[in-house]
Design a protein around this ligand. Structure first.
Ligand SMILES: Nc1ncnc2c1ncn2[C@@H]1O[C@H](COP(=O)(O)OP(=O)(O)OP(=O)(O)O)[C@@H](O)[C@H]1O
Ligand SMILES: [Mg+2]
Length: 328
């Protein structure tokens, strides 16, 4: 189980705005309560900043970004309705994130927690990421307390259940997973104003899971599909990752990495942005070895931050027959 407290990544605080630090119970400020325009709610809650960051810092994912804007719009309008004394029923915001490995599901879930928090939907805005083993016990009587413990930790934030379909094992008649599902469904219904559950995993398996658990499907209001990244998007992701770590491609290295992507994408166990991250980690390792081999050379900022073409070219992905060993 992983707990994420989202750092307040907003760089320019809006004067008079409610500070929305993750992990803290935040009361919506008076500004938000008296707001009459969308812009006022967005500025005062600082949700607009998170949406802008999402657009800027995440490459591609156009359909996902559009759905997040829709959800934000719903919450902002609900806030404005409330401010005018209209009924604003707490909408159900449980979601499913489907897509291949490394398409940004966990990353987006973290941002989602932040947005929901700033718009006053959840009290704390943290994210608890779990898998089957965190929820389901091995013995009779162990599952309910385990699941309830996790739910308690997640209350006020987002519970992210990775590979959610493993909760359900149709081959095993006395599987405790079903017990966890029942408890989850109950809490998703009763505590929906204080907990958002996100079920994540591969699309086809999730569909099978929903078919066997129609009660679960009916509790999920938003299904977000994460597409695979195009080669150009993967290259942009690489450049952004390097920049964030104070590295850059030297002459020709960008083109070499482009070639790398074209090879890697066709090999087994390709995991989208995660494969890009791993490839860059290994390129950094080779860069370090290259510099290390010259112990007396004075190293400039440029030397230390440049990934050269050979640092990438040395990857086994370029070897003939590399398909069998894609992890280098
Ligand atoms: N759109 C994007 N732009 C830039 N970087 C991204 C994007 N999507 C994902 N990443 C980066 O790629 C890596 C993998 O992303 P993430 O863990 O969110 O994927 P995932 O879909 O949860 O994968 P898995 O199914 O394997 O858990 C992270 O380092 C993340 O920062
Ligand atoms: Mg993930």
């Amino acid at each position: 189980m992983a707990m994420y407290n989202i750092p307040g990544s907003v760089t320019t605080p809006v004067p008079g705005a409610t500070p929305a630090k993750a992990g803290e119970v935040v009361e919506q400020g008076d500004g938000v309560r008296t707001a009459r325009t969308v812009a006022e709610v967005m500025a005062q809650s600082q949700a607009g900043d998170v949406l802008d960051e999402l657009d800027r810092e995440l490459v591609g994912l156009a359909p996902v970004k559009a759905r997040i804007r829709d959800i934000a719009a719903l919450l902002v309008i609900d806030r404005l309705r409330m401010n005018q004394g209209l009924q604003a029923q707490t909408p159900s915001l449980h979601m499913s994130f489907t897509g291949n490995p490394g398409t940004g599901k966990t990353t987006v879930a973290l941002r989602m927690a932040q947005i929901l928090h700033r718009l006053g939907y959840i009290r704390k805005g943290h994210l608890v990421a779990v898998t089957r083993d965190d929820l389901v016990g091995q013995y009779v009587g162990h599952t309910a307390p385990k699941t309830r413990e996790v739910l308690k930790k997640a209350m006020g934030g987002v519970l992210f259940i990775d590979e959610a379909y493993y909760l359900y094992r149709p081959d095993n008649e006395r599987d405790y997973g079903q017990e966890a599902i029942e408890i989850l469904m109950q809490v998703m219904e009763n505590n929906r104003d204080d907990l958002v559950v996100i079920l994540a995993g591969y699309g086809d398996r999730m569909e099978t899971f929903f078919q066997s658990n129609p009660g679960m499907r009916s509790r999920i209001a938003h299904h977000l599909e994460f597409p695979d990244f195009a080669e150009g998007e993967l290259l942009r992701i690489a450049e952004m990752m390097l920049e964030q770590q104070n590295y850059r491609f030297g002459p020709g290295a960008r083109e070499t990495f482009q070639e790398y992507i074209a090879h890697r994408i066709r090999q087994p166990q390709f995991a989208n942005a995660r494969s890009v991250r791993n490839a860059l980690d290994r390129a950094r390792l080779r860069q370090a070895s290259r510099l290390f081999a010259n112990p007396d050379k004075e190293l400039t900022v440029d030397d230390l931050s440049t990934i050269e073409s050979p640092d990438i070219r040395a990857s086994r992905v370029f070897d003939l027959g590399a398909a069998a060993t894609p992890n280098n």
